[in-house]
Design a binder for this molecule. Sequence first.
Ligand code: HEM
Length: 174
Amino acid sequence: MQSLQDKASEWSGVAAADAFAIDGCNIFEALGGTPQPFVDLSTNFYTRVYEDEEEWFRDIFAGSKKEDAIQNQYEFLIQRMGGPPLFSERRGHPALIGRHRAFPVTHRAAERWLHHMQQALDTTESIDADSKAKMMNFFRHTAYFLVAGLETTRQHSHGCRGTACKHGASKPAE
Ligand code: HEM
């Protein structure tokens, strides 16, 4: 059976090695070792999401306050990209598939999410070009990992515990 990782690679067009190139360096430290670039990126991203002209996509986020969504995302990104484990300290294990179960994470939604993230990265000056490229590969792969994971768990309705996953893995600060 094709693994979720394989599906994510096939659907996203990003090989696992490229998706997890973020682990070959410490992006948090490379960007100066402060939360600011991640706060900038998540604020930029969610401002686009909450103002999206496509109502069907905007509506997916209607149950969350923008400020909370921004904080959840930048704390996750800081933790995942080599910084302190802020997300897990406040929210627990990332468990990305489980946390997205309530939302319609379809191929179309993934492409819209990635469209906003690409634009947010393109307009965030506190992140260098090499880090942006690595982050975007991670985002593309993770978005399709979520699509594949949610399709699979919905088909079999047995939850996703035990699914091997590096997307939410916490990388401790060095
Ligand atoms: C939270 C949708 C992709 C990481 C959320 C929320 C929604 C959502 C509606 C709730 C907002 C909040 O209250 O924080 C989607 C959709 C995606 C997608 C439609 C399309 C594929 C991703 C990707 C990542 C990600 C690619 C990681 C790289 C997170 C995290 C949270 C979150 C960390 C916060 C969870 C929490 O604190 O409970 N997402 N997401 N999402 N998403 Fe996504």
